[in-house]
Design a protein around this ligand. Structure first.
Ligand code: EPU
Length: 301
């Protein structure tokens, strides 16, 4: 049948996966399936996928590396737009570069080290794509990528460029979290430095992270609160080691929940239990930094 070229459609060239498993594609290693996942590899493909989903009123979630998310055990009756095929980095000015959303932080830093682009070493070891990193204003050691973001290119039916200011970066927050948009890429600033210096700083950061908990986890579950480490707050509330099913609060860093099982419901119930216990013991209401995907039937408050 001839396609009606006036209606949005997904070109056959777009990589597509039916029955996309969140368990296989997220750091927690649990969660049900989405009906379909699209992997656009360029601006045109991204626009086509987005327009198709919107036109057909198919709900969707955007996924990068799947590091900072917890997907429900229930199947997701919609689509995933995966950004992992949106790869590429190029220089845009004397001290700026553009990286597409699916570029891994490790690839970005390799590129930076090779070209003498310094100032982004604090990102070393963050297991994210650049899209997810910018969306969440990720960072480490008191520095956050919003500080290096000149602008972000998004698609929301049109390609738009958001300035740093209009991204409204905050603690694990950018305005892109509240928009029905997909991040296509970000323009980041750098400071020229020698490749040797950059590599040494990256190695330093990686060594500093070596003490972080291992096992299946999403990094920090909660945002820091009132200028205090959420890990310290949870620790002082005596919750290290607390568990629900296969999920437990790390003994190494209390803001990490390690999942040894296969149930998102266990991880979810533990998050809510930590929140409840901290609130009861300290009066502090912790706020999740982890992003939920799908239906959790949140009866825990
Ligand atoms: N602390 C405890 N007990 C714990 C954890 C921490 O007493 O269980 C204490 C530490 O001893 C230290 C202080 O709390 O004195 C701060 O700890 P840390 O340096 O680990 O920093 P954080 O504020 O807990 C933040 C980020 C981390 C990032 C680290 C290091 C947030 C929510 N967390 O943690 O990011 O790796 O700094 O730069 O912003 C993430 O983004 O997923 C993440 C883990």
């Amino acid at each position: 049948m001839r396609k009606n070229r006036k209606l949005p459609y997904v070109p056959e060239s777009v990589r597509t996966e039916y029955g996309f498993s969140f368990a296989k594609n997220t750091a927690y290693g649990c969660g049900g399936n989405a009906k379909v996942a699209y992997f656009p590899a360029g601006a045109r493909q991204l626009a086509a996928v987005y327009d198709f989903l919107l036109f057909n009123e198919i709900k969707f979630v955007t996924l990068g590396n799947g590091t900072n998310v917890l997907a429900s055990d229930r199947d997701f009756d919609g689509a995933v737009i995966s950004t992992i095929d949106l790869k590429g980095i190029y220089r845009t000015g004397a001290n700026t570069l553009f990286c597409r959303a699916g570029t891994k932080v490790a690839a970005l830093l390799k590129y930076c080290a090779g070209n003498g682009f310094g100032g982004l070493e604090y990102l070393a070891g963050i297991p994210a794509t650049c899209g997810g990193l910018v969306l969440m204003n990720g960072g480490a050691g008191g520095k956050y990528v919003g500080e290096n973001t000149v602008g972000v290119k998004i698609y929301d039916g049109k390609f738009r460029r958001l300035s740093n200011k209009s991204c409204r970066f905050g603690q694990k927050y950018s305005v892109m979290r509240d928009k029905d948009c997909v991040i296509f890429g970000a323009e980041l600033s750098f400071t020229p430095d020698s490749p040797e210096n950059i590599r040494a700083k990256i190695a330093e950061r990686l060594a500093a992270r070596a003490g972080q908990p291992s096992g299946r986890n999403c990094g920090c579950v909660f945002k820091n609160a009132g200028g205090t480490s959420a890990g310290r707050i949870i620790d002082e509330a005596g919750l290290k080691g607390l568990s629900v099913g296969g999920a437990f609060v790390s003994e190494k860093h209390a803001n990490f929940i390690i999942n040894t099982g296969t149930s998102s419901s266990d991880v979810f119930a533990l998050i809510k239990e930590v929140k409840r216990a901290v609130s009861e013991k300290t009066g502090i209401v912790l706020e999740e930094e982890v992003v939920y995907i799908g239906d959790f039937n949140d009866s825990f408050g």
